[in-house]
Design a protein around this ligand. Structure first.
Ligand code: FES
Ligand code: FES
Length: 160
C-alpha cells in the first residue's frame, strides 16, 4: 500500500505495512527523532505530532489512515536558529531536564497557545493532561507558558 501525505511542508509517500505506526515511520524511515516513544500506548504524549492541524499521538496512528494528511513534527515548527516561542520560553525558564517529554509538550502547547494566547494557569494545566513529565515539577513549565502572555517573568539565577 502506498500512502501520500505532506510532512513538514514536503510531499512524501510511504510504501509498506499500513499497520506501521506513524511514530515508527517518522523515526526509522525519515529519521525525525524529535517525537519519542515512551509508553507506546497513547498515554504519555511524548510522541505528539500534528495531523491536519490537530495534536495526535503518533504511536497510535497507523500509516494506512494518513492518505492526503498534512503532518507536522517538532522538526517542522522551529529551527535551532529560530526556535518557536514555546521552545524559546522553555529555554528562557530553564525547564528542560532529560528532555524526553519536551518535544511532545511543545507540540501540545504550540497548538494550545494558538487558540488561547492569554491562558490561565488552570487552562495550561488542563492542556497538559495528556503530556507526562517524569523529571520536573510542572510549575516552571507553566511559568514558561504564562510568560508568553506576559503573566510571568523568566526565573533568574541568584547572584553570589
Ligand atoms: S509514546 Fe505515544 S503517547 Fe506515549
Ligand atoms: S524532562 Fe524528563 S520526562 Fe520531562
Amino acid at each position: 500500500m502506498t500512502v501520500s501525505f505532506t510532512l513538514n511542508g514536503r510531499a512524501r509517500s510511504f510504501s509498506g505495512d499500513p499497520r506501521a505506526s506513524l511514530l515508527e515511520v517518522l523515526r526509522d524511515t525519515y529519521r525525525l527523532t524529535g517525537a519519542k516513544e515512551v509508553c507506546g500506548e497513547g498515554f504519555c504524549g511524548a510522541c505528539m505530532v500534528r495531523i491536519d492541524g490537530h495534536p495526535a499521538t503518533a504511536c497510535l496512528v497507523p500509516m494506512g489512515t494518513l492518505q492526503g494528511s498534512d503532518l507536522r513534527t517538532i522538526e517542522g515548527i522551529g529551527t535551532e536558529e529560530e526556535l518557536n516561542p514555546v521552545q524559546q520560553a522553555f529555554v528562557d525558564f530553564d525547564v528542560v531536564q532529560c528532555g524526553m517529554c519536551f518535544p511532545g509538550m511543545v507540540m501540545t502547547l504550540t497548538h494550545f497557545m494558538k487558540d488561547n494566547p492569554h491562558p490561565t494557569r488552570e487552562a495550561v494545566k488542563s492542556a497538559l493532561t495528556g503530556n507526562i513529565c517524569r523529571c520536573t515539577g510542572y510549575e516552571r513549565i507553566i511559568d514558561a507558558v504564562m510568560s508568553l502572555s506576559g503573566a510571568a517573568q523568566p526565573v533568574t539565577e541568584a547572584q553570589p
